[in-house]
Design a protein around this ligand. Structure first.
Ligand code: ZN
Length: 263
């Protein structure tokens, strides 16, 4: 029963919420790394985007009005991560809140001594456990150009959501049966220790040093690199790259090579 309801809802969404061709093209063109995708992948990505937009609400805050193209651009980047995974990786939360620019989260946290602090540092993005993804539109736009920004905000925050699917973000998302969690953890830990030592030594890193903050940030930042600048991750941390290809069921560096062959 549940399955047929799900299928019906899926069919209805795909028919009634189709994205106009012009808007789809414009959204794709704003994300140069997607130029590497095969037509078959793009067709599946488009379906996922429609289903994602059907399942989530994307709302403006701080005076920001979310346009239809902005919805597609955000959903596209969310769906890149789950192109070959079940959309259920994004279950358990409902909305994406978009501010015009950086925002002050205002949430409180308690330190070990029981003192309550208010976080008033402006943020470009945040993924809240069981809650929304919050994005600064200005930063989504700025990070669409990897060569200039060296980061991708939307992929970063959605990677946290994938990680949070089995609880607190800790760099270990729910893995498929054929991937032993201890191998994943060992691989990520080893790379993290190496990266952290490099950042601590003051050396310049090709990967955003913010990745040294924690294993959760390491996973989110490396996911950005995996999808947008895959050869960099394969070069810096081949073992992590191999684990990511198995987890995400994609080999983005192979797409780059293919594109080169055809050029
Ligand atoms: Zn983060």
């Amino acid at each position: 029963m549940f399955d047929s309801l799900r299928r019906w809802r899926r069919q209805r969404a795909l028919q009634s919420l189709a994205i106009p061709e012009g808007m789809w093209r414009t959204a794709l063109e704003s994300l140069p790394f997607i130029a590497m995708y095969r037509d078959e992948e793009l067709a599946r990505l488009r379906e996922k985007v429609v289903l994602f937009l059907d399942a989530k609400s994307i709302v403006g805050a701080g005076g920001h009005e979310v346009t239809p193209i902005q919805r597609v651009v955000i959903a596209l980047q969310a769906c890149v991560l789950v192109l070959n995974l079940d959309l259920a990786y994004y279950d358990g939360w409902e909305s994406i809140v978009v501010y015009p620019d950086e925002f002050v989260p205002g949430w409180e946290w308690e330190d070990e001594a029981g003192v309550v602090h208010v976080n008033d540092e402006p943020l470009a993005g945040e993924a809240m456990e069981g809650g929304p993804v919050i994005l600064s539109w200005a930063d989504v736009v700025a990070s669409q150009d990897w060569d200039a920004a060296g980061m991708n905000l939307a992929i970063h925050e959605f990677a946290h959501k994938v990680d949070m699917r089995n609880g607190t973000a800790n760099g270990c998302p729910p893995l498929p049966r054929d991937m032993p969690p201890n191998v994943w953890r060992r691989t990520l830990h080893r790379a993290f220790d190496h990266f952290e030592a490099k950042v601590d030594s003051g050396a310049r890193t090709a990967i955003d040093p913010y990745a040294a903050e924690s294993l959760a940030e390491f996973f989110a930042v490396l996911s950005e690199v995996f999808f947008v600048e895959p050869r960099l991750l394969r070069h810096e941390y081949p073992d992590v790259y191999a684990q990511f290809t198995r987890f995400y069921r994609q080999d983005p560096a192979a797409r780059v090579a293919l594109l080169r062959d055809h050029a």
